[in-house]
Each structure stands twice: as C-alpha cells, then as structure tokens.
Design a protein around this ligand. Sequence first.
Ligand code: ATP
Ligand code: MG
Length: 421
Amino acid sequence: MLTTGPRGTRDILPDSSGYWQYVEQVIRQVCRNFAYQEIRTPVFEHTELFLRGIGETTDIVEKEMYTFNDRGKRSITLRPENTAAVVRSYLEHKLYAGPQPVKLFYIGPMFRYDRPQAGRYRQFHQFGIEALGAKGPAIDAEIISLAVDFLNRLGLSDLRLLINSVGCPECRPVYRTKLQDFFREKLPHLCPDCQSRYDRNPMRILDCKNENCAEHSQGAPHMAECLCDECNSHFSGLKDLLTAAGINFELNPRLVRGLDYYTKTAFEIQYAPLGAQSAVCGGGRYDGLVAECGGQPTPGIGFAVGIERVLLALEKQALLPVLTNSIDAFIAPLAEATQAKAFEIVTELRKAGFTADMDFMNRSLKAQMKYANKYPARFVVLIGEDELRQNKVMLKNMETGNQELIDKTSLIHMITEGMEK
Ligand code: ATP
Ligand code: MG
C-alpha cells in the first residue's frame, strides 16, 4: 500500500515531465494565438454544482464521482470535469459584466472513478476551452479550429472531426418522442442502463457503448430531421464556416448529450490509432447551463482534450520531442577541501544565468567526469587543492576535450565565450 499509488493514478516522473511541459507550452501558445485567457479553479467543489452542471442522468454523476463529506459535513466532490466550475467562477466573479465574449482556457487534473486501462485513468488531465456570451456559430467554428490547430501543431494528422446538432429545448421534445417510438419494441433487448435511459434520457441510448444496444439503435431517427429553424440555420452556419476554413468534418448523428442545457453543436475529435480510447477531444454548446447554475441565460460553448490520450498519440506517432537535460557547467571539487569553493562557483554561475550543477557525493575524478557526461555538461570546472591555493580553476571544454588552467575571476568570461562558439 505504502509503495503503490491508488489504482488509476500515475506519477509523472522526471524522464517524462518534459513531454508534459512541451504539450502545455503548445496549449499556451495556441490559446494566446486565439486570445483565450487562463482560468484556474479549485480541484474540489460543492457536490451540488456537478449534480446540476453535469446532470444526474450522466455516467459521470451516476457512477464516476469522487464524493465525500469534509470535516464540516459538507458534501465535496473532486472535479470530474471543469465546465461547471468555470461557470460557477464566471457567476461568482461576475465575469459577465466585463468584455464579451469571455474566452477562457484551463489545464489541470480531473477525477473520475473510471475503469483504468490505457488512456483511461482515475486522475487524468484535461486542457479545455470555454467561451461564454456569444451565440452565433462563428464561435463554435473558432473553438473547433482551435482544437484542430492544437493537435496539428503537435504534428497529429489523420484526425476525425465528428459533428452533430442536438437541437434545443424547443425542438428536442419532438425528437425525444420519435426516439421513444423507435425504441419501444426494442426495449427488452437493451442493456439495463438503456432501459432506464428510455424514460429519463432516451438520446443517451444512442451513445451506449454496449454493442448490442448499438446494433439496436441502427436506423434510429436523426436529430437533424427534427431541428427547429434556428437550430437548423445555426448548424448550417457552422458547416459553412468549417468548410470555408478548410476544416474537414463528418456528420455523426450518434453524437448526443441529451440534457436540456446542452444545445445545438456537439463535436468530438478522434484519433483512430488509439483504438477503444480514440476520443481525444469532446465538446459542445451549453446555452442552458449558466441559467441552470443560477445566472442569467447566457450562451456558451467549450471542449475538453484528454492530455494523456494526446501524449499516447504522440508516442505512437514518434512525435514526442527529444528531451535534453544538458547543463552549461558542472563543478567538480577534487578534494573535500575544495567543496566550499565549488559551491561558491556554482552559485556565481547560476546568478550569471548559467545552468550549473556540482558534485555532492565526494566522487572520484573519473566518476565525476562520467556523471558530468550524463547530462551532458558543456564545461567541467575542476578544482583541486593546488588550484584552490592559486585561486585558479581547470576549465575543461567537454566538446573539444581542451582544458586550461585559468584565473577564477575570468571563469564567467571564458564560459560565456565558449558558449557562443
Ligand atoms: P469516454 O466516452 O471515453 O469515457 P467522455 O465522454 O467521458 O469519454 P468527456 O467527458 O467528453 O469524455 O471528456 C473529454 C476528454 O477527456 C475525452 O475525449 C478524453 O480524451 C478525456 N477523458 C475522459 N475521461 C478520461 C479518463 N478517465 N482518463 C483519461 N482521459 C479521459
Ligand atoms: Mg467517460
């Protein structure tokens, strides 16, 4: 127990944290480029927020939340996603009173009691976008193009963008009835989850992962046939914008959410080589969510990307960057008596802006050189007792193998010059 983390959690170790920094850096660049600003909300919220903001008939709320009472007997939940929390923060800090639309991004850990497997964890990380306040399809196109651009910048191609419209509270009841008519006779053949979805949320039968249910939903009516005029024109507006921007998409009528506050656009980006966990990004419009959380009716749209899945995809395609741990200088005290001098020098070099390290293990010269080569270090500064007495150091250029005895006072100058070569 003490030497193993909880199931579904992972440590990001020093040999791979550089990959995370790389992906996060691309996220920050893309978001800056598209003028989205970062928001950081707490990792836990009142449970009530997620019951409202995600919906009681979703898998997340029914089976996946980490919920507990804190010592003050308040029900707390580790965030399983971040849209509800961003909306809470938007209302709490009256972001609606500032310039519109409010364009936000976040990066951080999420928690779901999922069944752990490759690309599916209990603590995982999402990069997400939320745009609040704009109702036309242009912002939908913008965030979809941001997601695609992000994945392209990482070098991922062969992506499938699936889009659908889930309508609005005006047109969805018609569709709901049509769906119930379609599934009525098939009901005994569906899984227990779908049987309970039939009354509560029949659209969700369409995205059931059970193969048998998927077969039974072949031929089900499409939302597209039932869209009201407004939803229809929003959807065709989005398709036109994507086409104009040269973004390929496929229509997928099975992409559904089915809660009242999810409206119009729903989309997903898949990366097929990931197999069962091929969804790298899921998003959609939620024009009813802000009101559901107690604010004025406000349109909104967002998406979330699973960072672990993106990293898996990059690994599969050999697109991960080469990580280097190289340093400018390694200071090698050759006797215990010279360690203080080594510490003085490493401190000076760091202050001057160099990346520098020193030996802390009282190793032999040979072992120190081997260690310095592992980084690798561009220069090694050797200090023996003779050098200490003369206030000199031996500067070794590890690329050329040249070494020269120099005054300690000219060390920074010599390294600067050497670095420029
Ligand atoms: P799935 O159907 O795969 O469970 P989801 O519908 O639950 O996905 P969303 O809530 O839309 O997923 O989350 C957006 C993205 O977050 C997903 O496309 C995926 O990349 C990632 N994601 C979701 N759950 C996990 C998890 N347990 N582990 C790792 N990544 C996840
Ligand atoms: Mg899930």
